[in-house]
Design a protein around this ligand. Structure first.
Ligand code: NAD
Ligand code: MLT
Length: 526
């Protein structure tokens, strides 16, 4: 495995990747042409906000499996392109939020008190107190646009300055506004009309780009002060320059600009702007946190594991992942069993989650089932990221159902594979501290620990079947670790599943198939 790092991440993260024995190349500020030339040699790339991960790069990146975004915003990454190719995109959304919130507050304070301007003045050996007067925060209204992770941190911290905090975020519940001590505003215009200070904390989306622009400046309080420590362009730059000229905006503090890096923006020429070069996450703590988190995530993703901060997968928290792991492994096993036991083309997959597991984020377990189902038959790369898309593209309808109750176990996952011949059922449960068990194979009941090599045979339920199976495997030098037999009715059909220590050769399978009463024998590999 080879990992390429194109933007600076903390040394601790680098060490972590090297410790895992992975080849790592660091090429900070690499030229685009060179990147496109060499990317084919890498399994993973770690970037921050500058490197563009787009179609052009994907086409050249024939080995790429993981994109690690050391930071939060993923606006430099084409997500659909990654998902289509099964490339997992991971980021570190929690790792730098405190630093970004603190930088926001730093920008607000420094801009409303002209601290950087006064500092520059005195450093040029002039002691002049005129022209640097500011305003207080005390008793004023702060408008927070986007009450997500960073917005909420800013909102709570600013209340200690005795500010009233109002917020606009159409995508969160009323409880969240209350939780962070903010007053909900139904529209952006309502917030803009009332706020003395406005800080934006939304992601960069089609809807948020330019969301504060000429229209908003028409209704804003004269002398409003702005902060943007989120993404360049959420406050429209031309309209902002105009509003600064007209005195509608008294000061603006920006950590981000539409085009970065940028040393030519007209906003740099205003005396009442404070601009930092995208430094929100540049603290020792955030960078170590980001570096270590991205290293762990890229390493897990390279191993094909489920990663908590995968951007193109359902969101799961780290603590949930620990609980989910045995179910993911069980789901994948159930999926893998199908095409090894049954050859019929799949038309639909119905998954029924019962008992405790029904309360978990089951959508990722369904992805694990699909991953297991497609892996043995598809040459293309199948993983958690593209398993859902592959099902969709193959016209396979996937449905999930949930039941609170389950008869014999605390939890159960039942997978009904629908084919034109009917339905094939596989079911499993997780025991105790995460031990997966297969409990049903198409109507036959078991209590089976899945192992890497299993021999599955269907036979007529009559004396001598188990003995002959044992004899032939003994002659073939195959050691049987465990064996379970299940029958649908006395004298009817039965199924044997044997955990064996090694793969059984085709010749031996043929010998077994020739035994009178044995209906079929399949070698299953998990
Ligand atoms: P988040 O996803 O936790 O929160 C974003 C919030 O914005 C969500 O609550 C969402 O509902 C809301 N939102 C989305 N569209 C909206 C709209 N049209 N109107 C109002 N609200 C809307 O994100 P976060 O972790 O808080 O990050 C916020 C921003 O800060 C992102 O743009 C991120 O890239 C940026 N960021 C910048 C730095 C930096 O160095 N300057 C560091 C970290 C994060
Ligand atoms: C982020 O989105 O995390 C920030 O822009 C910070 C960064 O990329 O360093």
């Amino acid at each position: 495995m080879k990992v390429l790092v194109t933007e600076k991440i903390a040394e601790k993260g680098i060490e972590e990747i090297k410790k895992a024995g992975i080849h790592l190349d660091i090429k900070l500020g690499i030229a685009r042409e060179e990147l496109l030339e060499i990317i084919k040699h890498y399994d993973a790339i770690i970037v921050r906000s500058v490197t563009k991960i787009n179609e052009e790069l994907y086409q050249a990146a024939t080995n790429l499996k993981v994109v690690g975004r050391a930071g939060n915003g993923v606006d430099n990454i084409d997500m659909a392109g990654a998902t289509k190719r099964g490339i997992i995109v991971v980021n570190t959304p929690e790792a730098n939020t405190v630093s970004a919130a603190e930088h926001t507050i730093g920008l607000l304070l420094s801009s409303i008190r002209n601290i950087p301007q006064a500092n520059a003045e005195i450093k040029s050996k002039r002691w002049d107190r005129s022209g640097f007067g500011g305003v207080e925060l005390n008793g004023k209204t702060l408008g927070v646009v986007g009450l997500g992770r960073i917005g909420a941190l800013v909102a709570t911290r600013m209340q200690s300055f005795n500010m009233k905090v109002i917020a606009y975020d159409p995508y969160i519940t009323d409880e969240r506004f209350k939780k962070y001590g903010t007053e909900k505003k139904e529209s952006l215009a309502d917030l803009v009309k009332e706020a003395d200070f406005i800080t934006v904390h939304t992601p960069k989306t089609e809807e948020t780009m330019g969301m504060i622009g000429a229209e908003e400046f028409k209704v804003a309080k004269k002398g409003v002060r702005l902060v943007n420590c989120a993404r360049g362009g959420i406050i429209e730059e031309e309209a902002l320059a105009q509003a600064l000229k007209e005195g509608i905006v008294a000061s603006a503090a920006l950590d981000v600009l539409v085009n970065e890096p940028n040393t030519t923006s007209p906003l740099l020429d205003f005396k009442n702007t404070v601009i930092t070069p995208h430094l929100g996450a540049d603290t020792v703590e955030a960078q170590e946190n980001v570096g270590l988190t991205i290293a762990h995530e890229v390493l897990s993703a390279l191993k094909g594991e489920m990663v908590p901060n995968a951007v193109n997968l359902p969101t799961i928290q780290k603590y949930e992942l620990d609980t989910l792991k045995p179910y993911l492994s069980l789901g994948e096993t159930l999926g893998k069993l199908y095409h090894q036991l049954q050859k019929s083309a799949v038309k639909g997959v119905e998954v029924i989650y019962s008992g405790e597991v029904a309360k978990a984020e089951t959508s990722v377990i369904t992805l694990a089932i699909l991953k297991g189902l497609f892996e043995p038959v598809l040459k293309e790369r199948v993983n958690y990221v593209n398993a859902g898309l592959i099902a969709e593209n193959r016209g396979i309808a996937v449905v999930e159902g949930k039941k609170n109750e389950v008869e014999n176990y605390l939890n159960q996952i039942q997978v009904n594979i629908i084919t034109k011949e009917g339905s094939f059922t596989l079911a499993g449960t997780v025991f105790g501290k995460g031990e997966p068990r297969i409990v049903e194979v198409n109507g036959y009941q078991f209590d089976l620990i899945p192992t890497p090599y299993m021999l599955v045979a269907e036979n007529i339920d009559k004396p001598g079947m188990i003995g002959q199976m044992g004899t032939i495997l003994g002659v073939s030098k195959v050691n049987i670790a465990t064996m379970q037999v299940s029958r649908n009715q006395m004298g009817g059909k039965a199924m044997m599943i044997l955990a064996v220590d090694s793969e059984v050769a085709q010749d031996s399978i043929k010998m077994l198939c020739n035994v009178e009463g044995i209906l079929n024998v399949m070698m299953v590999k998990i």
